[in-house]
Design a protein around this ligand. Structure first.
Ligand code: FAD
Length: 463
């Protein structure tokens, strides 16, 4: 491998990196991916999106059978979770996808090198003992969990999401720090399996990036499911009392105590750039440590680009993937582009939360005159027939020209229902376009249409 020459070297085999590599290979470039782990797929496949969704699916199945089977006329006896089998299923899904990515890169004739990469110059990357030459470098090194200084990870009691997707027994008491997407998803997984889960959050609402009404509804529903919340509470540290670990927090001047077998810290992620040698090259980073790029993903050093979690913007796999595609196309002289205003955001709890564009509150902050249309899942036949009556759709449109500005959904399959809203917004659609789109009956998709109709008081199935 010594002195190999490539058109593009991609550092990092996560969704940003491997997707950029495939698109670049499709465009005729000679490409190498350098990945320090023995598996491709990055955070998303190995410890993120996919394992968490496998656990969410298995535990939702268990929870549904436990709580809904009888009322649907199905008698189940002797129901219990089998944690090792549940984890095996999750690992099989992850393995299958790892092999899939490996096969895709091979089919696209992309060289994969498993080593830690260090950038020596804009045209040279060190991978282990080899120095590779290249015309372009794409940094896609992703992110890592944030550790709180007064709550250090010990891998046993105080853990990150990396550990919380692989506990080998069901903890009795769990405290989750952070009510964002990862905290809510992991809290749901373990609560469904029987753990007593409390989520402690510094901010006044759960799922803070969502519309206030949606996040309030989510809190109410999750509480009904048995998850406890302590909002507006600032975690201060841990202490031990009679051999029990206790998380401490401060709320309205009072100290709160939460005994815990596991404390899952989900307070966000930070860009990962260690060992890349950015300092030697003078590659600019912002205060949060993110690599600074222009709108063509260029760093301040010509020939070096960055995409995904290591750069500004939402830390989402589909954002990283889109950037990978756009960048490969830009390097090929095409007009690659990412529409950052229309990136869907999802929390995969039950019900799911999904949004695109701006919320009612954000529209008001921007001084926009908006019209709002809402429709409850409780008025949808398919939702009632499938025990999915908790939820609502909220459509936000510009009051002057009816242009769709945002859609917020809480409800079953919200992650899928948001897709047509994304498409309408991508084409610059109006609420009227959404209202006139025919949804099959009976489907949950009718809620989207009815919410758009509700904008002008025309929803058919609303009183
Ligand atoms: C529990 C959890 C659940 C999540 N769920 C979702 C979800 O449902 N939907 C969603 O969109 N996002 C989700 N995310 C976020 C998503 O995983 C990230 O946004 C996504 O993985 C970012 O992709 P990336 O390619 O930028 O970086 P990463 O996936 O982090 O990949 C970076 C890769 O670079 C490698 N690397 C780093 N430095 C070097 C080096 N010097 N040399 C060689 N290799 C290097 C790393 O080993 C890693 O494999 C979740 C994250 C977590 C933790």
């Amino acid at each position: 491998m010594t002195n190999s020459t490539f058109d593009i070297i991609v550092i990092g085999g996560g969704p940003g990196g491997y997707v950029a590599a495939i698109r670049a290979a499709q465009l005729g470039f000679k490409v190498a991916v350098i990945e320090k782990h023995s598996n491709l797929g990055g955070t998303c496949l190995n410890v993120g999106c996919i394992p968490s969704k496998a656990l969410l699916y298995s535990t939702e199945l268990y929870h549904t059978i436990a709580h809904k089977a009888a009322s649907n006329g199905i008698i189940v006896k002797g129901l219990s979770p089998d944690l090792p089998a549940l984890m095996t299923k999750k690992n099989q899904v992850v393995d299958q996808l790892r092999n899939g990515i490996k096969a895709l890169l091979k089919a696209n004739k992309i060289d994969v090198i498993h080593a830690s990469a260090q950038i020596i110059s804009p045209t040279q990357v060190k991978a282990g003992n080899n120095v590779l030459n290249t015309k372009n470098i794409i940094i896609a090194t992703g992110s890592q969990v944030i550790e709180l200084p007064f709550l250090k990870f010990d891998g046993k009691i105080v853990v990150s999401s990396d550990d919380a997707i692989a506990f080998d027994s069901i903890p009795e008491k769990i405290v989750v720090v952070g009510a964002g997407a990862i905290g809510l998803e992991l809290g749901s997984v373990w609560s469904r399996l029987g753990s007593d889960v409390t989520i402690v959050e510094l901010l006044p609402r759960v799922a803070i990036t969502f519309d206030h009404e949606i996040s309030k509804m989510a809190e109410r529903i999750f509480k009904k499911q048995g998850i406890k919340f302590e909002l507006d509470a600032k975690v201060t540290g841990i202490k031990t009392k009679a051999k029990t670990t206790i998380l401490t927090a401060e709320k309205a001047g009072k100290e709160l105590e939460f005994p815990a077998d596991k404390i899952i810290v989900c307070v966000g992620r930070k860009p990962f750039t260690e060992g890349l040698g950015l300092e030697n090259l003078g590659i600019e980073r912002d205060k949060q440590g993110r690599i600074v790029t222009d709108n063509h993903f260029k760093t301040n050093v010509p020939g070096i680009f960055a995409i995904g979690d290591v750069t500004d913007g939402p830390m989402l796999a589909h954002k990283a993937e889109e950037e990978g595609v756009a960048l490969a196309e830009l390097i090929a002289g095409k007009s690659g582009h990412v529409n950052y205003t229309i990136i869907p955001n999802v929390i995969y709890t039950d019900p799911e939360l999904a949004s695109v564009g701006i919320s009612e509150q954000e529209a008001k902050e921007q001084g926009l005159q908006v019209k709002i249309g809402k429709f409850p899942f409780a008025a949808n036949g398919r939702a009632l027939a499938s025990d999915a009556s908790e939820g609502m759709v909220k459509v936000i449109a510009d009051a002057k020209n009816d242009k769709l500005l945002g859609v917020q959904i809480i409800g079953r399959h919200a992650s899928e229902l948001i897709a047509p809203a994304v498409a309408h917004m991508e084409y610059g659609g109006s609420a009227e376009d959404l209202a006139r789109t025919i949804a099959a009956h009976p489907t949950l998709a009718e809620t989207l249409k009815e919410a758009a109709l509700a904008l002008d008081g025309r929803a058919i199935h609303a009183i």
